[in-house]
Design a protein around this ligand. Sequence first.
Ligand code: ARG
Length: 608
Amino acid sequence: IKKPKILPTLVTDINSVDGTFCILDELINIFTLGITSAYPDLEDPPVNITLSGNNPKFGDYQCNSAMQISKLLKDRDVKTNPREVANNILNKTPTSPLVSKTEVAGAGFLNIYLNKQFAEHILNYILKFGVKPPPVKQQRIIVDFSSPNVAKEMHVGHLRSTIIGDSICRLLEFLKHDVMRINHLGDWGTQFGMLIAHLQDMYPDFKTHSPPIADLQAFYKESKKRFDEDEEFKKRAYACVVQLQAGQPDYIAAWKLICNVSLQDFQTIYDRLNIKIVPRGESFYHSRMMTDVKELKEKGYLEEDEGRLIMWPNPDNHDGIPLTIVKSDGGYTYDTSDMSAIKQRVQEEKCDRFIYVTDVGQYTHFVLIDACARRAGILSNDQRLEHVGFGVVLGEDKKKFKTRSGDTIKLRDLLDEGLKRALDKLIEKGRDKVLTPEELKQAQEAVAYGCIKYADLSHNRINDYVFSFDKMLDDKGNTAVYLLYSLTRIRSIARTAQISIEKLMEEAQKSGIKLNDETEWKLGKVLLRFPEVILKVSKELYIHSLCEYLYDICSAFTDFYDKCYCVEKDKSGNIVKIFYERLMLCEVTAKVMQKCLNILGLTTVSKM
Ligand code: ARG
């Protein structure tokens, strides 16, 4: 028996939709109805709708299902061709207030043209009520990001994770999800043995007097050197690990002390970048790991292998690598903590989505964790672990990002250089002469941190990415500087005409936005795509799509502003006419841009 399909209900009244409306979803609904009524015998027929691209000849959206359906029919020996199928679909597709017309074109495309009144309605809504998130089912989502290792360098890879992870959180929070921002710090493991032993020697009174460890990396290097060269020290270091794992208070105190030094260091970076994250490192799972390992053992998931205990996703297939759950010395590993972490996230936190932001090098690790968690019954069939991978950061020479002397780059230094370069840029443009010192400082920070974040976010994260201050501080092209400038410029249009937002809203009551000029209509259509872009990015977690969208808005705005006067002045600069409807369109543009920039974690300034 074929189960009856639940067909979507369509929008029939323009006034029933608001600014959160996703046009693409509605077009899919409309064409699903058209296609299923034209071809009721096809089960799950393909409904493919895409944006048409820049040529207005192809409409605003396109339905490309006719080619695929024609092929499906041919496989069933039905004689037809794509154009015929397209015409059939067109005849059966219900009318909608969204669509002004649909045409069959070319090899069998259906070109869809949006309705202007509908677009104006939505833009007026945004003008009045602001940019609101499209409705989605609320979920509890964990985003595991940043996650540097205690006593080690927080490097540019962690910076990428921090920037991308924060933006993903902001996006999901905007959609009203319950987001847990988790810092899975590397704060547990055998390296603490040598750190504690070294601490005991260097600062014997560490319990009563907080030791002034300014440079934990140097401290780490010193203890590592001793560990490698001094057998006695090495033995003591091992003994320290045992004491620590047994929870001996003095050792816990020493460990906490070391962790706190690192954490404070990391926190200064988070503060500068305005990033919120909750520390919950590997140590959090220590007692859980003991119970979890016992359980995995009892259930027969673990196998012995040269003294260690390993776990395969599939016991009958030993291709690839297994997880190492217990080392031959009895210690736990990165794998063990991730198994306990996923269990805790499923069973205790009751999360619906599990997102991990690390470099692509860890891809196989997370595939393994996912598969083993599934085997162990921790993840059910509809749950999966999402690895948000990213490429390595390269220097301008396309080699691994290093200082000129070949050292790894300290994040603090990198941010400082950003600040310096941003200030240079602002001075080069003469901004120091027009801005107050306070405004200049705000602009400097917005540009510096904004450009570092945006350069990272605007590239497809999967690829390696070249870190270049020169490129990121360019004021042309898809850069933070260009976007921040554009936004302040848009905001200044009404301000220089001395039109208050109250006055604008008063005018909006009378007429509202009208998209008469072709450039206005184009800009309007770009703005309408906001919910569609947000929903897509929240599913796929490729933030660069949002950056591309932001750039599209800017380009469409520039075309509009070049052609259409918002304020008309006479030769001596006196205002002759104010085009309120256009100022309203500027306002909606600014609102949408502002929201996108917020989601990307960029601070906007009113003057720069
Ligand atoms: N500390 C790890 C690293 O620096 C990243 C941890 C990522 N999160 C996780 N649950 N494994 O590579």
